[in-house]
Design a protein around this ligand. Structure first.
Ligand code: MAN
Length: 538
């Protein structure tokens, strides 16, 4: 502001004030005694109309805090007498005082006393610079006009927005009562669903008991079968190892001569293994592995065991030599004391019989095991148990679904959606604003996130905290406890609500590191001011 202010000469002397306050007529006071600033109500400079009665020139002045009483001439004498600054409303004498600009044509204003005559025009009527050379011009009419136009515009917007707000209130109340009704229904349904779940659980347990008992039979049979197979494999492995030992030239055949060198087969214990003895065990002139395993091994094994001390024969005498095969079951002579050095040395043989791998595992192990075929009764029990399990799981899910919905509704019902539920319809919606670097997403009553435009993970700026406007609680939303800021506090977001005809996130900024500020326009914030903002003191 610049230009010339009406001639304003500061007259602060106590005597002058006293004279002026005593007896001059209104016009005279206004025109020639600038201690008084408006023609309507006589009052000292810098005093608001509302406080004028406290400054009666015909009485001594009492500091507002009651601490002192002064001759009226000491008001605005440029010397601070009252601790509460009330004696110096029109000067900069008191550091804690306020100067009131009337600003006729616009809005009155209180400015700190320190701004009086500081060379800067603070009041649009220029009244704060009556004793300086700032040359303020009175622009109150002009400013008032545009402020009023803006106020009218805002009032119109508020009026239209308020219509929408009224609809939102209806919607919000409806939403809330719908939720309450749904909650009641859900609580009943949950009781019912819990009963069903309990019944299904009992049925499932019963069906599983039957199923388990039926499967146990199969399990035991399978275990026995496995044990049998494993014993047969051990047996085969053992036979193969002996086959290899006896096959001294490793040509895949055992011949009579191979046996004749082994004391094990000296049945009559005469010190040598005769051809007959060797034939008795072989049954043929020569044997390959499979014939050995299928026929001769059973005859040889008792003798080999005897030799190792693993087998004790009955006390019956050893049988005479017979045709091979006929007396294969008979007990052999006790040769346990005999040693066969060669056999011991070859104990390390590691080859495996055909059809076995190096570890002796039978071929096919590790492959997909054939599915067990159950008898019809067992099959039915399995099927019934499966059905009972499915039904129980469905019943359990139904209870859990209801629990979840109940929790969500209770959570929503516990939230503060405004005095008249006008913000309720914002629950469940999200609004975005994109700046150069980020897209921000604000979901009222839920959370605010920040997404880098060039990709990368979202950052949670805060989850719903509370309304924090002052004095209008519902003008600011606070989202707290966001992701921690590197070397700093947890992120938080403040959302300022303004009246607008649509719900829209209109700005985003980060005034302090990791403290975010948003503006959100919404009809829910269009509350008409019962006292219009368009004041003037024309
Ligand atoms: C990220 C963003 C910024 C924030 C820094 C703090 O880059 O969340 O908004 O200022 O982290 O390190």
């Amino acid at each position: 502001m610049s230009g010339s202010l009406r001639p304003a000469k500061f007259i602060g002397k106590r005597t002058m004030l006293h004279i002026l306050s005593c007896c001059l007529a209104f016009i005279l006071v206004f025109q020639f005694h600038p201690v008084y600033s408006t023609p309507e109500i006589v009052r000292p400079r810098g005093v608001a109309i509302s406080k004028a009665p406290l400054y009666d020139p015909e009485k001594d002045f009492k500091c507002f805090d009651g601490s002192r009483t002064l001759p009226f001439s000491m008001v605005n004498d440029d010397y601070c007498d009252c601790p509460d600054a009330s004696d110096e409303p029109g000067t900069s004498a008191c550091p804690n005082g306020y100067f009131h600009c009337t600003n006729a044509g616009h809005m009155p204003l209180n400015i700190p006393s320190s701004r009086v005559n500081d060379g800067l025009c603070d009041c649009c009527d220029g009244s704060d610079e009556y004793g300086s050379s700032a040359g303020c011009v009175n622009s109150c009419l002009e400013q008032g006009r545009s402020a009023r136009a803006a106020a009218i515009q805002l009032a119109e917007l508020t009026k239209q927005g308020n219509q929408l707000r009224i609809q939102l209130i209806t919607q919000g109340k409806q939403l809330k009562s719908d939720k309450k009704a749904r909650l009641e229904q859900l609580q009943k349904d949950r009781e019912e669903a819990t009963k069903i779940k309990e019944e299904k659980e009992t049925l499932k347990n019963k069906a599983e008991e039957f199923e388990k008992a039926a499967l146990e039979v199969y399990r035991q049979a399978a275990e026995e079968e496995r044990a049998k197979q494993s014993a047969a494999q051990d047996e085969e492995q053992e036979a193969f190892e002996h086959f290899q030992r006896l096959d001294s030239d490793h040509d895949g055949f055992i011949r009579l001569s191979d046996l004749q060198t082994r004391q094990t087969f000296d049945k009559d214990r005469n010190g040598e293994v005769s051809e007959e003895e060797a034939k008795y065990f072989l049954g043929h002139d020569e044997l390959d592995w499979s014939t050995f395993h299928a026929e001769a091994w059973a005859r040889m094994k008792p003798y080999i065991m005897l030799e190792k001390g693993l087998f004790t024969p009955p006390s019956t005498p050893a049988p005479e030599l017979d045709t091979p095969g006929e007396n294969a079951e008979e007990f052999p002579a006790d040769h346990s004391e005999e040693e066969d050095g060669e056999e011991e040395e070859e104990e390390e043989a590691t080859e495996t019989p055909e059809g076995q791998d190096a570890e002796g595992a039978p071929e096919g192990e590790g492959e997909v095991v054939e599915e067990t075929l159950y008898d019809e009764g067992t099959q039915n029990l399995i099927e019934e148990a499966r059905k009972a399990r499915t039904e129980y799981e469905d019943a359990d899910r139904s209870v859990r679904d209801k629990d979840r919905e109940i929790r969500d509704i209770e959570d929503a019902l516990g939230k503060d959606y405004g005095e008249e539920e006008e913000f309720a319809s914002l629950q469940g919606q999200c609004f975005e604003f994109t700046d150069r670097e980020y897209t921000y997403k604000m979901c009222p009553f839920d959370q605010v996130t920040q997404m880098p435009r060039n990709g990368g993970a979202d950052t949670r700026l805060g989850t719903w905290g509370r309304w924090s406007g002052n004095p209008d609680k519902y003008s600011v939303m606070l989202f707290e406890h966001g992701q921690g800021c590197w070397n700093g506090p947890q992120r938080s977001a403040t959302v300022k609500l303004t009246c607008g005809l649509e719900n829209k996130l209109t700005s985003a900024s980060e005034p302090n590191r990791c403290e975010y500020l948003f503006e959100f326009s919404t009809p829910a914030a269009c509350v008409p001011d019962p006292e219009s903002n368009v004041h003037d003191e024309l």
